[in-house]
Design a binder for this molecule. Sequence first.
Ligand SMILES: [Zn+2]
Ligand SMILES: [Zn+2]
Length: 345
Amino acid sequence: MSLSDLTRSAVELAVAEYDEIGPERFLEKYGFAKARKYFLVIENREYHSKAIAGAAHGFLPGQPMPLHSIDFSGGENTVAHVLGNLGFVVRSTEPKPRNPTWNRDELILALDLYLENPASPPGKTSSKIAKLSEDLNKLAAILGVSGDGQFRNPNGVYMKVMNFRRLDPTFAAVGKAGLSHGGREEELVWTEFSQAPDLLRAVATAIRAAIVAETLHTAQPKLDYVEEAEEGRLLTVLHQRRERNRGLVEARKQKALGETHELRCEACDLSFGDRYGPHGDGFIEVHHVRPLHTLREGDKTALTDLALVCANCHRMIHRRKPWLSVSQLRTLLNELSTAARPETN
Ligand SMILES: [Zn+2]
Ligand SMILES: [Zn+2]
């Protein structure tokens, strides 16, 4: 005999006894603690679900013994499930886990699919929607994002793809509203990429390739000093990994030392050796200058792809999207120092 044998009438008999003797005596009689998470709800009255289930066992035909608290576990998969199957309403005090909002990588992939054919996007049950759903689940695993069982399922993915119609002037013009409210990130991605289809295709292709490559890795990538780029998180991770490749960094430093006998920031000219003396000798960071959508896992990084930058300038480059180029940062610094220089005659 187990919980799964419970019948509706046995539960109703337990409920009747509970009503008759009151919750305290009922819990005491059957040896249960108060429920914290799951309550059986009947006509607006709430019952401690686990105690009811245990007691109900004693009301089954053949008069088996009631179950004790230690005989079974409460919770969603046992008591709530069994009572729910018998047609009872069980209320949970647990907040339902919500799926995280769509991140930039996901929106880029969704927009790429939408723009393939805005007039006739792929249907809910199409293989393209199924593939996107699959890619997004892999991406989430790589980035350590989790959701419930419905996470990025074909239905939700289809809705999100269709949601771009809300932002598409072609459809907004004829009064077609989107299916649901989108976030700000969705609008940003639309604004940045909808008029640049070639770039969008290149970025989406690079993300998909990185998903395939990264699925083989186990470690979850983290971003520390780097703000996520316009091309999304996964490609940002690849960028950072290249910048941290010790062998490459060392080779790039040796190249500079061979050519100029010093390590100087290409944006602000700082030399750590000059600034900090012997303690700073040999220190510099490198910034990988290639556009992120051209990065492919396994591609060789050329030393010419790496710029020497001081730690401050490197952070400023990556501070927000769009990232600055080294020359943009250099120009910015020059303009500031020109503006600050006192007038001379
Ligand atoms: Zn610098
Ligand atoms: Zn960098």
